[in-house]
Design a protein around this ligand. Structure first.
Ligand SMILES: C[S@@+](CC[C@H](N)C(=O)[O-])C[C@H]1O[C@@H](n2cnc3c(N)ncnc32)[C@H](O)[C@@H]1O
Length: 199
């Protein structure tokens, strides 16, 4: 089964930044990789489910006009509220159930898919690929005892959903610790998009 909100509230009850997003080099580097992998310099709208205390959210806001950020944990959202830049809207909710209406120029699934069980994660993947023009997913690859899925299994579900819905994988970056991939409705490479390949 997918991990319940109480699991995350307990984590935030013990530590306001349980993953040390604000201080860990691993997290800072991963955030930089995430931002560098985005194929567009700027986006209109972005959705980030599982936004935690809003550190990646703030960075995304510098590349997007509007960021909708959702988390199951009210403690995380309370911590996120302070210091968020303009253009960010926080919502309490649980994906896939509370996936918002509408479409997004960018959807970012960063360290959220493996908290779901496979059917919920497949639904999450389906919602993400049908509502995003660009979809970035980045997940920890090592197994964690409490988590229903691994990062690689999450990405396999996203890849299947993306392929079935006409999105192309334009970036794949795999390390021992993390997998970061981008799927896009526009199958062209960044060089092609920006005229570097000539005509
Ligand atoms: C590891 S943090 C990821 C934060 C941010 N996306 C990043 O990568 O920097 C995971 C967050 O996902 C939230 N979360 C877990 N399951 C969720 C679900 N089903 N719907 C929405 N948020 C969820 C947790 O409360 C936690 O704050």
């Amino acid at each position: 089964v997918s991990l319940p909100p109480a699991y995350f509230d307990r984590l935030y009850g013990r530590d306001r930044d349980p993953w040390k997003f604000r201080t860990r080099w691993y997290e800072q580097r991963k955030r930089d990789l995430t931002l560098a992998a985005l194929p567009q310099p700027h986006y209109g709208s972005c959705f980030e489910p599982g936004c935690s205390i809003g550190v990646l959210t703030s960075a995304l806001a510098r590349r997007c006009d509007q960021v909708l950020a959702m988390d199951v944990s009210t403690s995380a959202l309370d911590e996120a509220k302070a210091g968020l830049p303009q253009g960010v809207r926080l919502l309490r909710g649980s994906v896939p159930t509370d996936w918002p209406e509408g479409t997004f120029d960018l959807v970012v699934l960063s360290e959220v898919g493996y908290y779901l069980d496979p059917p919920d994660c497949a639904r999450l993947a389906e919602l993400a690929v049908t509502s995003a023009d660009d979809l970035l997913a980045v997940h920890w690859r090592h197994a964690v005892a409490d988590y229903p899925m691994t990062g690689d299994a999450v990405h396999a579900l996203v890849a299947t959903a993306a392929e079935a819905n006409g999105l192309t994988r334009i970036t794949s970056h795999v390390e021992a610790d993390l997998r970061l991939e981008v799927w896009s409705r526009d199958g062209r490479s960044v060089a092609e998009r920006t005229g570097l390949l000539g005509s």
